[in-house]
Design a protein around this ligand. Sequence first.
Ligand code: UDP
Ligand code: LCN
Length: 820
Amino acid sequence: LRVMADLVLQYMSMADRLPEALKQNTYQLRKCFTSFASQGKRTLQQQQLYNELDTVIDDADERRNLREGVFGRILQCTQEAVIVPPFIGLAIRTKPGVWEYVRVNASNLSIEKLTVPEYLQLKECLVDEGWANNDFALELDLEPFNASFPCMKRPSSIGNGFQFLSRNLASRLGHDGESMQPLLDFLQERNHHGEKLMVTQRINTVPKLQEALIKAEDILSTLQKDTLYEEFAHRFQDLGLEKGWGDNAHHALDTIHLLLGILQAPDHITLQKFLGKIPTIFSVVIFSPHGYFGQADVLGLPDTGGQVVYILDQVKALEEELLLKIRQQGLEITPQILVVTRLIPEAQGTKCNQRIEKVLNTQHSKILRVPFKTEKGVLHRWVSRFDVWPYLEKFTEDASNEIVDQLHGKPDLIIGNYSDGNMVASLVASKLGIIQCNIAHALEKTKYAGSDLYWKIFDEKYHFSCQFTADILAMNHADFIITSTYQEIAGSKDTVGQYESHEAFTLPGEYRVVSGIDVFDPKFNIVSPGADMSIYFPYTEKQKRLTSFHESIEEQLFSTDQTDVHVGYLSDKKKPIIFSMARLDKVKNMTGLVEWFGMNSRLRMLVNLVVIAGFIDPSKSKDREEVAEIEKMHSLTKKYNLNGQFRWICAQTDRVRNGEFYRYIADTKGAFIQPALYEAFGLTVIEAMTCGLPTFATCKGGPAEIIIDGVSGFHIDPNNGYEATEKIANFFQKCKTDPNFWNVVSDAGLQRIYESYTWKIYAEKLINLTALYGFWKYISKRGRRETRRYMEMFYILKYRDLVKNVPVVKDEGFETLEQN
Ligand code: UDP
Ligand code: LCN
């Protein structure tokens, strides 16, 4: 009976189990809830709830009972509590993407389930009761639009929309005789600048297609595998087949077999393979408006980090893959990839004022720079990514005209990057009717606690009201979204994902998001990046090592010169070095790392600390957050008297040299430390591991997924500096007694990279996704037209108004249009 009862309990919602919990421990829970409510309005996070519980229940046995009982299980799933006395609202997350909301009345312990808007209203009472009780507060609810759309159910399938959608498509195609027709229509539409590919209009029914394919199969099976397409092209044309099937008999037969298989009995694997083979994509536009987007001298500048590295590597890998595919299709078409960014006349010595620049190590890819303009003229200086909103509409208009000119037509795929790029991608994709892929890199909402509810406090500095609105618009507009990790979409068992945090939130005074995005939507796919392996390779590959850099690296590390490019010094050169490199943003927590190091004398005895970050002279920075961090870094150096054990080097912009820098640190048997308060993905983690450097990285965000703790590296908790530095110190202590331990961790890190984080795997996946989602969009005809129309309305009625609150740069920031 007991087992049965437990089973029933397991399948009950948490809200339904709460009465049982209250019955089990009425006395103790009355004390807890009274205590929660006693300090007035506030929010409490899970750890704070545990802390209060521990304080209120002083008997250890009672405490244990409570923690181990039903209430303990509910608390384990509670992400936050909103206290509006006498009510306590609980946001309970039972699984990734699965939420329940309840309200407990502390005075009589009555319980009530809440809907999403009811919970959000309770939350709004913390900042604006008038708004919370306004019956006409604007609500954004996308749920009704998605009701008829296929949706996944299991948290483990989140981020694998490709598999789900291809199964769905295969079963649709196999439904009845008629249902295969859209596949034929799709093939008939294949063309390049109007030149027909695959099938002619003559083949206008599925039986005719089948007949032609069987005849083609007969022809090809009599030929040598390597017979070139040109030799059987005329026979294909007689059958109504155009080029695109393959460059030789072997490849063409392969494609034909796949299609014949689908026509006979469709299955998702054959469908995936077939769509991945046929010509669907020749030109790609990648938007990345903000920052300094350049190939040299830009890394480490404010707002200029992993996104730039990611895109340049992505372009290279994508072009290689497109060239291979197009060649195998037997086509003589040049693929084109355009990275579209902003042109910055005041380029600080970079090439960001150059309109067109070839992407290095590619044959046909370019960067196209289009300036930000207003009616005052061209904006000639850099602006923070938080301030770009007023310039984007005009940028979109100018950029789309230039793109069509450059490509002599429309691209086949548009990829957006970060909030601004995704917003622009949505506008252009909608205007040109093209498939759109989004890449967030980092959604800011989860980085800043309370940035939604307390948005008014943040707005002057960060303009999150614009950014979060742009994010919601773009994620709903995209045909598919790729992420670097699972956590980016749906977090983990205990933490909320970046996209998941956009399911329900509120910006009091502006609007309430009742259903913003569904993480079970098959548009989500995990496609992880890698590191350029020609730059980042293991320290053990001696012949490839760039030893010519060693002298200058040693100068940087070990000279005692105090300049505006490096300060501090290392008195014991024999110690291993723990190294970190990042932009000098607050959330990167470089100052946190320096402080932890300062406080742990055991670690200071064992290793030296080297940090590469930002400017050393605050007067050189134009970024408000960076200036504060620079000053903090100087004061920590003094406070903990770090001279002799700490070296701070300014941002390093040469990737090739940086690769050797990681390896040099590996030579000292050191480690890489990534201490961020939150890291969306963390390319430096991948780079360090690819160089064979043992890595300790934050458990908050992407690195938690990249590294298997204790195997391929280590997790550190940025909110527990002492524990983090002890973990690092223990590692080095152990390496002293067992030097092989260092090699074991280094090898396991490399192993992890080769299995899951390479650009080759990435490019193949991205092309297959484009083909599948393109086909899906085509056969579902309307795409998600209803959602898009709703988003357009929201854009016009809400987003544009919010943008008006963001100031444009003052007059001296402009050049007149005539000058340009
Ligand atoms: N980087 C660099 N020099 C610096 C700081 C960073 O070259 O002074 C590079 C780093 O090697 C990595 C990228 O910038 O390739 C940072 O990417 P990550 O994903 O770690 O963080 P992001 O800056 O994108 O938040
Ligand atoms: C932005 C970030 O903040 C990093 O965590 C990522 O690694 C980078 O973009 C590339 O996606």
